[in-house]
Design a protein around this ligand. Sequence first.
Ligand code: 6GU
Length: 227
Amino acid sequence: MKIQAVTIFPEFFDVLDISLLGKAQEQNILDFSAVNLRDYTHDKHRTVDDSPYGGGAGMLMKAEPWGEALDELLAKDGSTVLVVPTPAGELFNQELAAELATKEHIVFACGRYEGIDQRVFDWAATKSEMKMISLGDYVLNGGEVAALAMIEAIARLIPGVIGNAESLVEESHSNGLLEYPSYTKPAIWRDLEVPEVLRSGNHAEIAKWRLEQAIERTKRIRPDLLD
Ligand code: 6GU
């Protein structure tokens, strides 16, 4: 899978070189690159922002550099998915991560300031599949940190990125429930004991206990998931 992130802060994405995603890049399972939006400006100051029509606080990102960058990055056959991280988007979740993990090419458009001129999206939506996606109901300073979270959630679902594919099956949200609690040695730590059933060796009882725990935890912490 090829992923590109257009940004005025390419160095945000340096962390993708470490750990599992770093390994996935070395193995050519994942081809990631950060693209500097300022490379698509033509003035001495490499300007990417301007004041909004109609007034209001802050600055907006100008359409022209975004247009030139996307002209170059979006595949002409329409096969690219353009993802715009924004608190005004649809909510990101495991299902959306799994859908995006099947795509060949994703471009993340990371805005800063108060956002990007709307015409960039109106135009891009005629050239590519486009998704505006939010991580949740809070505001970040720009799309970069949100894009990083989405890239990690998506890329770890690509076959071969996670060594033990079974670990994807039991984790939180893969079955609509939060994950059950887990324990490792020692059996007693600071007077706290690992539940007896997990040490029993009875796999049917263990599976039953884990499901009960997952349901109880989901009811308590995220009842909305059970609706
Ligand atoms: Cl995707 N972007 C920004 N800037 N803020 C957010 C967000 C995204 N999701 C939640 N807050």
